[in-house]
Design a protein around this ligand. Sequence first.
Ligand SMILES: [Zn+2]
Length: 224
Amino acid sequence: MRKDAPALMITCEHASNAVPGFVMRAFKAAGLAGIPEDVLRTHRGYDIGALKAFRKLVRAMRPDFSLAGTFSRLVADLNRSDTNRSFFSEYTRDLPGNVKEQVHKMWLSHRDTVEKYVAGQVKGKGKGLRVIHLGIHSFTPVLEGTVRNADVGILYDPDREAECRIADALIREIKARAPELRIRRNYPYRGTSDGLTTALRQKFGEAYAGIEIEMNQALLAGLV
Ligand SMILES: [Zn+2]
């Protein structure tokens, strides 16, 4: 890698469907049912297959920095701002304030770790792109009866030149290796929706480029 080349960072916000012990105890103490196991096991609890894909990519691409989330998005969503209405789920929003504060601290710890890494790369290094971030996600093949007609979604901000270039390069590389895959841009979500990449763009401007790779869970099913 060239000395002035941007650093590569890979993260996986929805890697885990774990519910931390203190949250479980808080549900019990508050007389709440908690998050049902059968819901945690579905795409609502986490991005099924995403952690395996993330680990494979980390092994293959050897990023300068990588980080995976350690709790379910039904506890709090690492890919939402803490001001988003769906930051706490329907299960956690009624927990006592002190427990929600602790959950928020857990969210902050992930967010701060990522932000500090990017800030360290940007600091004192002049203009231009310093960090390329790939966020690894998966989506359910069928949502509310609608079959999603893509295998891979590449999410980015089409108004940002560097992200367009990186998205084009990724699509080219994936097509060269797996021409059978259906790839769509900014599908099944828009790259500019509220999330980690959007927050980092606002904070670091042109020094940062964030691309989310959304993979169809049907495609990841056989991944070991
Ligand atoms: Zn996700």
